[in-house]
Design a binder for this molecule. Structure first.
Ligand SMILES: Cc1ncc(COP(=O)(O)O)c(C=O)c1O
Length: 386
C-alpha cells in the first residue's frame, strides 16, 4: 500500500462543477473581484459566524492588511515562535516589530503566561495561531490579558478552517481572523486568503487596502498606501466549491484523526495530543510526540523506504526566532536571543501522520501498524547507538 503525504479530494462531480463555473467566468468577461468573490466571502463569513469576510490573494497579506487596518507602525506585536514565518513577517511588513513568545509543550499553542511576561510599553497587540488546527484551551485567559492591558488580539487561523471552541468557530474568536487557502490547507483555492471580522472599521479599511488604497474601487482616487491584494473570480470558483464540501471535509479529517487516536493510544514511543472536549480541531495536521530517544529523520526514512508511507512535514521544525533572516535584520524582532526551550522541544520532537479526506480505515490501520514496527526498530537502533 502506498500512502502519499497529501491527496486533495476532488471527485468527478467537483471537477465538473469547477470546469463549468470556470467556463462561465471566462465567458462573463469578469475575471476578478466580481460576483463570485462576493459569494465566496458571504459564504465564508457565514461559515465562521462573522459579519464580514474579505478575500485576498494570500494568507500572509490577510494578516498584513488586518495589522495595517489596526495600525502597528512603530509598535511591537507578540507572536508565537512556533508558527510559520508568514506570521512575524506580516508584522514586519506592516511596519511593526516582533516579540516572540513561548508555546506550551502539551498543546503547542502560545503560552499565556509568556505573553504576559513579554508585554512592553510599546506593545500594541497579540497574534494567536491555532497550530495544527487546534484552538488554545487558554484562549479565554489570553483574551483577558489583552483586555486588561488594552491590547488587540487577532487570530492567524491559517490552519483552522472549521475548528471550534465551545461551538464558536476560528475566525470569530477575536477582533479579526486571517485564513490561508494554500493547497495543503484544510480548505484550498490553490492560492488565496481571507479576513474575517465583526468590526466594521477593520472591514472597511481592509477593502481600501486590498485595492491599492482606493477609497472607492471604481475610481482611481487613492487614500491609503495599499497594494494589489485582490482575489480572482477563478479562485473564487474553487472557494465556493470548497464551501459546498466544507462539512464533509471537516468530518472526514475528524474521522481519520479519531481512528488514529484509537489505534495509537497504547503505542510505546509515541504520545498523543490531548484535546479537551470543548475543542473541535480542524486537524490541519495530526500531531503526536515522539519519545525523545527516537530520531525523527530515521523514523520518516524507514516509513518511506520500508512501507511506502510519506509522512508529511512537521508543523514547524525550525522555530521562527532561530531563522537566519533575523541575524541579517536584527532590529525586526526584539527578542530572538531569548530562550525558548518549549518551542525548541516541540519543534524537535513531534511527528505528523498523513491525514486528509478520503484516507480510508484500512489506510490509517496500515499507517498505525507500520508506525508501531518503525518505532520498535528505531528504539532498538537507538539503544545500540548508546
Ligand atoms: C500559520 C500560517 N500563517 C500564515 C500562512 C501564510 O499563508 P499563505 O501561504 O497563503 O500566504 C501560513 C501558510 O502556510 C501559515 O501556515
Amino acid at each position: 500500500m502506498k500512502i502519499p503525504l497529501l491527496r486533495i479530494a476532488y471527485d468527478e462531480a467537483d471537477i465538473k462543477y469547477i470546469k463549468d463555473e470556470i467556463e462561465k467566468v471566462l465567458r462573463s468577461g469578469y475575471l476578478t473581484m466580481s460576483g463570485r468573490v462576493k459569494e465566496f466571502e458571504a459564504r465564508f463569513a457565514k461559515y465562521c459566524g462573522t459579519g464580514y469576510a474579505v478575500g485576498t490573494n494570500t494568507g500572509t497579506s490577510s494578516i498584513e492588511i488586518i495589522l495595517r487596518a489596526i495600525g502597528v507602525k512603530g509598535s511591537t506585536v507578540i507572536v508565537p515562535s512556533n508558527t510559520y514565518m508568514a506570521t512575524p513577517i506580516a508584522v514586519i511588513k506592516a511596519e511593526g516589530r516582533v516579540i516572540f513568545a513561548e508555546c506550551q509543550r502539551e498543546n503547542l499553542q502560545i503560552d499565556p503566561d509568556d505573553i504576559e511576561r513579554k508585554i512592553r510599553s510599546d506593545t500594541k497587540g497579540v497574534i494567536i495561531v491555532h497550530i495544527g488546527g487546534i484552538i488554545s484551551p487558554h484562549i479565554e485567559k489570553i483574551r483577558e490579558i489583552c483586555r486588561k492591558k488594552g491590547l488587540f488580539l487577532i487570530e492567524d487561523a491559517a490552519h483552522a478552517h472549521g475548528a471550534a471552541i465551545d461551538g464558536r468557530r476560528a475566525g470569530s474568536l477575536c477582533l479579526a481572523g486571517s485564513f490561508s487557502f494554500y493547497p495543503t490547507k484544510v480548505l484550498t483555492t490553490a492560492e488565496g486568503g481571507m479576513i474575517t471580522t465583526e468590526d466594521e472599521e477593520i472591514y472597511k479599511k481592509a477593502l481600501v487596502l486590498r485595492e491599492h488604497g482606493k477609497g472607492d474601487p471604481a475610481y482611481n482616487v487613492h487614500v491609503e498606501i495599499g497594494d494589489n491584494w485582490r482575489f480572482s473570480e477563478l479562485h473564487a470558483v474553487l472557494g465556493i466549491q470548497q464551501m459546498m464540501k466544507a462539512d464533509w471535509i471537516l468530518k472526514e479529517r475528524r474521522r481519520a484523526a479519531q481512528r488514529y487516536n484509537e489505534l495509537l493510544s497504547d503505542f510505546e514511543g509515541i504520545r498523543l495530543l490531548e484535546v479537551p472536549s470543548n475543542i473541535e480541531p480542524s486537524y490541519y495536521k495530526y500531531i503526536a510526540f515522539l519519545d525523545e530517544r527516537i530520531d525523527r529523520k530515521d523514523l520518516k526514512e524507514m516509513m518511506r523506504h520500508k512501507y511506502d508511507i510519506s509522512l508529511p512535514g512537521e508543523v514547524y521544525s525550525d522555530p521562527c526566532h532561530s531563522q537566519p533572516v533575523f541575524k541579517k535584520y536584527p532590529g525586526k524582532a526584539v527578542n530572538t536571543i531569548d530562550r525558548f526551550p518549549n518551542t525548541e522541544y516541540v519543534c524537535r520532537h513531534h511527528v505528523c501522520l498523513p491525514l486528509y479526506p478520503g484516507l480510508s480505515d484500512s489506510e490509517t490501520e496500515y499507517v498505525a501498524a507500520s508506525l508501531k514496527e518503525c518505532l520498535a526498530s528505531c528504539s532498538v537502533r537507538q539503544r545500540q547507538r548508546v
